[in-house]
Structures are given as structure tokens and as C-alpha cells.
Design a protein around this ligand. Structure first.
Ligand code: FAD
Length: 415
């Protein structure tokens, strides 16, 4: 069983297949792929390491972690233990697909793919014409109609076979399947209120399940089954957000270039500024716009940022500083614990107006209005900017009204 973004035993159909394929004994492998590890950024590495430690405990300390090129590592270990087959859950990211095709070619036994990190795998929900959806609401209805299987239990008796591995990276983060389950169960008591509180960063009231979902410490199918038993407007709204995650993955699977290139080709001609001092100020949370700075400082110190604030800071980078979204997307990927190529790039594209079902370009977020509406007492901003209101806090680095007009001028030029 080659674990990747499915660091759990429960509701893991690939693992059930691995157990069923041979005599019930399984080698659990995780490959520390230097290409992904080095690109990941500290917060994601820390969490991954914590999650691997927890998974290894569940395997009686027998998770085999090896560092190296997956093509070589998986082939060598499969040969060493004389594997009948190698089991994975599918990865739909552009790199993951290339890697898995190369591993399959190099292996001396079948590479069996069962399930994916999604309730409905990318590419399954199609329009009547047989193409993928580009607009969320019809996708959402078709996704609901498609449906998904019920969660499955962890296999009862796995004989985990040991093999020589590299040392597990150290981590202080408490992560893994048990922690994810506790977090989710605690949140379920609050999900009924989701619609009222989800846009308020000051209330800190969203689930933060993006993190366990990123590492597959829980499967969305498990969450959807729990939500189906709740029946509240909040649970419905929450299910819709899980569908956004699947829509992003579906779009990226259909358009692998969308990771870093605009989905709408006219945006190839958009005029952007080089990411100079203004971009540095944005990264450091020193733009002089408190809601923007609070978000970027929350990101720097916790590896997380509230969704509403992600939209505000992204809009500010693209439409107030006129910097290409890919620089912001990269900064997010380096700093977010939940950094996920599909959700990140497609949401950046949505904000930047160049995505499939994008927010219209001319709708430019006004940071001050957003702050008044969603952080009405300023509590979130004060939490992250202790020097707010003192001479130590910077003046605004741009004038929002002028910057907005400039953004609209550039947009007119490509329309
Ligand atoms: P909740 O409000 O509790 O939502 C529940 C779950 O629904 C989330 O855990 C997530 O899995 C899903 N979800 C909610 N909103 C979205 C959305 N807009 N798109 C896709 N899935 C969603 N999410 C990531 O997981 N990884 C990213 O790298 C990422 N980058 C983003 C970049 C930008 C510019 C923006 C605007 C959004 C990004 N998001 C990303 C989506 C969203 O901000 C986070 O999923 C959410 O803030 C996570 O917090 P939560 O779990 O408390 O969310």
C-alpha cells in the first residue's frame, strides 16, 4: 500500500484492496519525494511529518518511509518484498499523474488504483454533451445527482510487514486520522450555524477541515455521510463547500495548465506589474490596509487564513497592486498548511477574474468595506496587528480608488 494523500486506515478502499490482493499481509510505504518535499514549504512539511508519525503508530511502527524518486523507490521495494501488486488511491494533479504513469511502467507487478481523495473523482461529472463543467452551480447539481458510495470501515486484521526505511522527519504537530476525526466530530455540533458565521474571520467559526482533507486524514465521503444525518441549512451549505473543493479538482484534472496559466485565454495579454517592493509589502503584511495585513500575518504565523480574507488579500494583490496572481498563489502554496494545487490555483483564478466560473473582473473588492462588513468590531484586525492605530503601522502603499481605476483600464484593454 503506497500511501500518498490518504494518510488514514478508515474509509480507504485502496487499503481494502491491498489487504484482499494477497495473503492479508501488507507493506505500508510512504515515499518522501524530494521534488515535492523541497517545494512544500515549512508548514506543510511539519504537518505531513506529524501525520506520518501518527499513521506509523497505527501500523504498529511499521510504516516504511523512504526518501527518493518514487519510480525507483516503489519499484525497488516491490521487488524486495516480492509484492503481488502495489495499491494506491488516484492522484489527479498534473505531477501525480505523470509520476504514477512512470511508476506503473517501471513496476514488475500491477499498480492498482482504487478511489481518490474526492467523493466523486475528477472527470466523472459530465454535461449532457460529455464535456466537463465550467460553471459551479450546474456542476454542483450534477455532482449531487452522481452521488458517492458509503464510507467503509478500516480493515480489521492487517499484518503490517516491516521493511527497511529511512528515518521519519521530526514534527511537533499533532496530526493524523484520530485528530482529524476528533476535530470533525467537535465541529459537527456547530455545523448548523455555518451559513451565519462562515464569512466572519473574527469569530473563528469555520471547520478548518481543509487541513485534514489535504493529507487525506479523513475522506470527504465520511464527512458527507455525517452531514446527511444532520439535515440543517448549515449542513447543506457545508456540503456545497465540499463540492467547491471537488469542482476545483475537476477543473484542474481537465486543464492541467490551469495550475499556473489563466483558464480564460484573453488574460494571457493582461498587463501586470513586476512583483517588486509592493509585493514584498504584501507578503510581510505591511500594505497599510489592515484587513489585508491581518490576513497575511495570520498566514505567516499560523499557516492558515480565513476564506473571506484569502479572497480579500488575493483581490488586493491582483487588482490594487496589479501583480500576476501566480506570485500570490506561489506564496500561498509555500505558507499554507492546507496548500492544495487545485483549490489554490482555481480560487486565485476565480478572484483574478480569469477562471472558469470567475468573479467578474470589474468587481473589485474594497478592503475597507470588506473589513467593516466581515470584521465589524475590528477584532480580527487588532488580533494580528497589535500596532494598529499607532505611528508604527504603515500608511497605505496605494490609493484604492486609483488602483481600482487602473485595474479596470487594464481589463478594458484585453476585453
Ligand atoms: P470551511 O468554511 O469550514 O469549509 C469546509 C471545507 O470546504 C473546507 O475545508 C474546504 O475543503 C472546502 N472549501 C471551502 N471553501 C472552498 C473553496 N472556495 N474552494 C475549495 N474548497 C473549499 N483551500 C484549500 O484547501 N487549499 C488551498 O490551497 C486553498 N487556497 C485558496 C486560495 C484562495 C485565493 C482562496 C480564495 C481560497 C483558497 N482555498 C483553499 C479555499 C478556502 O479558502 C479554504 O478551503 C478554507 O478557507 C479552509 O478553511 P475551513 O476548512 O475552515 O473552511
Amino acid at each position: 500500500m503506497w500511501f500518498r494523500r490518504d494518510l488514514r486506515l478508515a474509509d480507504n478502499p485502496a487499503l481494502l484492496d491491498a489487504v484482499a490482493a494477497g495473503d492479508g499481509s501488507v507493506v505500508g510505504l510512504f515515499v518522501l519525494d524530494p521534488l515535492l518535499w523541497d517545494q512544500s514549504g515549512g508548514p506543510r512539511r511539519e504537518h505531513l511529518a506529524g501525520s506520518l508519525r501518527s499513521l506509523s503508530e497505527s501500523l504498529g511502527g511499521r510504516l516504511v518511509v523512504r526518501r527518493g524518486d518514487p519510480v525507483e523507490v516503489v519499484r525497488a521495494l516491490a521487488a524486495e518484498v516480492d509484492a503481488v501488486s502495489v495499491h494506491i488511491s488516484a492522484d489527479y494533479g498534473p505531477y501525480g499523474r505523470r509520476r504514477d504513469a512512470a511508476v506503473e511502467k517501471a513496476l514488475g507487478c500491477p499498480l492498482v488504483s482504487t478511489g481518490s481523495p474526492y467523493a466523486v473523482a475528477p472527470g466523472r461529472v459530465l454535461t449532457q454533451q460529455g464535456s466537463s463543467y465550467r460553471v459551479f452551480t450546474p456542476y454542483f447539481h450534477a455532482w449531487l445527482e452522481h452521488g458517492w458510495r458509503q464510507p467503509v470501515d478500516a480493515p480489521p486484521d492487517v499484518e503490517w510487514v516491516d521493511a527497511k526505511g529511512d528515518r521519519l522527519p521530526s514534527s511537533k504537530v499533532v496530526a493524523g486520522e484520530g485528530a482529524a476525526r476528533d476535530q470533525w466530530e467537535a465541529y459537527l455540533d456547530e455545523v448548523a450555524e455555518y451559513g451565519e458565521v462562515r464569512d466572519r474571520p473574527d469569530l473563528d467559526a469555520t471547520s478548518r477541515m481543509s487541513v485534514p482533507l489535504k493529507y487525506g486524514e479523513i475522506h470527504p465521503r465520511t464527512m458527507l455521510a455525517d452531514l446527511a444525518r444532520r439535515r440543517s441549512a448549515g449542513a447543506e451549505g457545508y456540503r456545497r463547500e465540499l463540492a467547491w473543493r471537488e469542482f476545483c479538482a475537476d477543473l484542474l484534472a481537465g486543464h492541467p495548465d490551469a495550475a499556473w496559466k489563466p483558464l480564460r485565454p484573453e488574460f494571457d495579454k493582461m498587463e501586470y506589474d513586476e512583483p517588486g517592493d509592493a509585493f514584498d509589502a504584501w507578503c510581510r503584511g505591511m500594505t497599510g490596509y489592515p484587513i489585508v495585513d491581518a490576513g497575511l500575518r495570520e498566514l505567516a504565523s499560523t499557516g492558515f487564513m480565513h476564506n473571506r480574507v484569502r479572497m480579500v488579500v488575493a483581490s488586493f494583490l491582483v487588482k490594487d497592486l496589479h501583480v500576476h496572481w501566480k506570485f500570490g498563489a506561489r506564496w500561498f502554496m509555500q505558507n499554507l498548511v492546507d496548500g492544495d494545487l487545485a483549490s489554490n490555483s482555481l480560487n486565485w483564478q476565480w478572484v483574478a477574474g480569469c477562471g472558469a466560473d470567475a468573479s467578474p473582473y470589474f468587481r473589485v473588492f474594497n478592503p475597507s468595506t470588506q473589513a467593516k462588513k466581515f470584521d465589524p468590531d475590528g477584532e480580527y484586525q487588532r488580533r494580528w496587528i497589535p500596532e494598529l492605530g499607532t505611528p508604527d503601522y504603515p500608511e497605505p502603499i496605494v490609493d484604492h480608488a486609483e488602483a481600482r481605476l487602473e485595474a479596470l483600464r487594464r481589463y478594458d484593454a484585453i476585453r
